[in-house]
Design a protein around this ligand. Structure first.
Ligand code: CO
Length: 134
């Protein structure tokens, strides 16, 4: 049902501080920086192959990213799978016993619809489903 990994989310304290590593060591180009108020984050997109790395910086102390960094430090935050039918994918995950963080898809970066599964029900990886064009 998933066509590809849409993006890999990485929590960082500062997009600016992390940029040199992604640009100069990995040779990637930042395609865009976007604030997603609903998720409490500012994101920087680095395309690589058919997917992209998405650096996530908290925009407030209440942001899920701020809480994540407090608990785990900076690092891998989530994997997002592109879905043709996000509603069907969510219902399937629910039926298979996954814990949904969103009962229904919500608006994410780039106007896409997104929904998360709790990592406790996905073998430790915060899992995002997303749909929509880049
Ligand atoms: Co994401």
């Amino acid at each position: 049902m998933q066509k590809k990994i849409d993006h890999i989310g990485i929590a960082v304290k500062s997009l600016e501080e992390a940029a040199a590593f992604y640009r100069e060591v990995l040779g990637l180009t930042c395609e865009k920086v976007e604030t997603v108020e609903s998720q409490g984050v500012r994101t920087a997109h680095y395309p690589i192959g058919d997917t992209r790395l998405e650096l996530l910086e908290a925009i407030s102390a209440e942001s899920p990213i701020a809480r994540f960094i407090e608990k785990h430090g900076e690092g891998l935050h989530h994997i997002a799978y592109a879905c043709d039918d996000i509603d069907a994918q969510l219902r399937l995950a629910e039926k298979m016993g996954c814990r949904l963080l969103h009962e229904q898809p919500v608006a994410g970066a780039g106007g896409k619809l997104i929904a998360f599964l709790h990592p406790k029900s996905t073998f430790g990886v915060l899992t995002e489903f997303c749909t929509g064009e880049d």
